[in-house]
Design a protein around this ligand. Structure first.
Ligand SMILES: [Zn+2]
Length: 435
């Protein structure tokens, strides 16, 4: 039996133009309608228009499609509280025109109005997406799963986030991956219903774009949750060929950060998950995170690359792109720890006699370094590097002429770290274990 709302085709008649100057934008017959999407054709007359979106059909996300050469400039959606700017989709190549970003609505039940600027003339398509009610999925972090580094991070499976939505089309292809491609969705930075956002992208990719499944191998939400993307059926999630790299997907693995990082930085937690994922993949497949791997779009394409390194797009946003070089370094570091290439004790890496770390108070874990002989130590340059490659600042105080006490924040969990310090003007690093 069809859901009741598929029978309410007459609802499209509620999508009418409301404007100050007359008959600016009028909804034509829907181009397509099914339980998950509706597409309307709007005809513009070159006047400013505010179009009321239908209130009798539940939709969770909105996108636009305009002819090639036209511009989204000045278009936005509002429910009177939030204003959602319509912009070109960085993955917007489409034979039928250019697509806008997919705007997942923070308040799906509210009535929204689409504003079209005076300067816009011509036709446009309004695409409504209904990905249903997102199931409650438990965040892998909240499951209390161990951060066992060098292994695949805990993730939310397709059967969890996709519950209640139609299955993807069957049939998958696989390739050996040489390039790990980072994307951003260019969608909302404030919508915290992450599972809904992932479902919206899935419906948009499968129903509107006509792809067999969601385009990415993985998606990462702002709270650091990892979502498994394109369903590999019985194959490998990291080797299934997706749809994310301008038609050059073979040999790539696509990871999408939810949100728009043109003007904002990705959260530390989502970058942490991205690093864990890429480090796991690079370590497992013996990829060099600092290296390049030739691709038909770019003979020097980074093993870890942004979408823009392969084709004309702003993706993954400047603020993500700016992070990639330091991320490559941290992943290299991390792989060194995974493989044991960074030894626990490497004499004479440090002019130290012994290192002791123990809990002194509930606030600090002091770490004492005993030098064989007095050495010139730059205490400004003391820090720890965790297995995710992140720097942890520590306080360093001379204890005696050849002993320094390092105070490590109490929330540093036990494990393997790399201690970085500068001795006699030379940077030294040594693996240490904090108990
Ligand atoms: Zn991209």
């Amino acid at each position: 039996m069809l859901p009741a709302h598929t029978l309410r085709i007459s609802a499209l008649l509620t999508l009418v133009s409301v404007c100050s100057l007359g008959q600016d934008f009028v909804a034509k017959e829907p181009l397509a309608t099914n339980p998950w999407t509706r597409t309307y054709s709007l005809q513009g007359m070159g006047k400013k228009a505010q179009v009321d979106l239908p209130q009798d059909w539940q939709y969770t996300a909105v996108a636009m499609r305009i002819p090639h050469g036209a511009s989204f400039e000045g278009m936005y959606l509002t429910d009177g509280t939030d204003e959602l700017i319509i912009e070109a989709n960085p993955h917007g190549e489409d034979p039928r025109g250019q697509l806008s970003n997919l705007e997942s609505l923070p308040h799906p039940s509210q009535s929204y109005q689409l504003h079209i600027p005076t300067s816009y003339a011509g036709s446009l398509e309004l695409i409504l997406v209904n990905s249903g009610t997102a199931p409650k999925v438990q965040s892998p972090q909240q499951k209390g799963e161990d951060e066992s580094y060098c292994e695949f991070p805990p993730a939310i499976s397709q059967s969890e986030w996709r519950a209640g939505l139609p299955a993807p089309s069957p049939g998958r292809s696989f390739s050996n991956v040489g390039n790990l491609i980072v994307h951003h969705s260019a969608g909302s930075n404030t919508n915290t219903n992450f599972t809904q956002v992932v479902r919206d992208i899935y419906v948009f990719h499968t129903q509107t774009r006509g792809w067999s499944d969601v385009g990415y191998n993985y998606l990462i939400s702002q709270n650091g949750d990892l979502y498994l993307g394109r369903d590999p059926e019985n194959g490998d999630q990291d080797r299934v060929i997706g749809a994310h790299f301008c038609g050059g997907n073979t040999g790539t693995m696509g990871v999408c950060l939810l949100g728009d990082y043109t003007n904002l930085s990705p959260t530390d937690t989502m970058l942490g998950t991205l690093e864990r994922l890429l480090a796991w993949k690079a370590y497992k497949d013996e990829m060099d995170p600092m290296g390049t791997n030739s691709h038909r779009f770019n003979s020097n394409l980074g093993v870890i690359a942004g979408h823009r390194d392969g084709c004309a797009t702003e993706c993954p946003g400047q603020h993500t792109y700016d992070q990639l070089e330091s991320m490559r370094e941290r992943i290299t570091q991390r792989i060194g720890i995974c493989s044991g290439d960074i030894p626990i004790v490497e004499e004479p890496s440090l002019p130290v006699d012994s290192i002791s770390i123990y809990r002194l108070t509930s606030t600090y874990r002091p770490l004492r370094i005993y030098a064989v002989e007095p050495a010139l130590v730059d205490t400004e340059e003391f820090y720890l590097i965790d297995v995710q490659g992140r720097s942890i600042p520590i306080l360093a105080e001379p204890w005696t002429s050849n002993v320094w006490e390092l105070r490590v924040p109490a929330d540093v969990v036990p494990g393997i770290y790399v201690l970085h310090l500068v001795v006699n003007h030379e940077a030294r690093r040594q693996r240490v274990r904090i108990f």
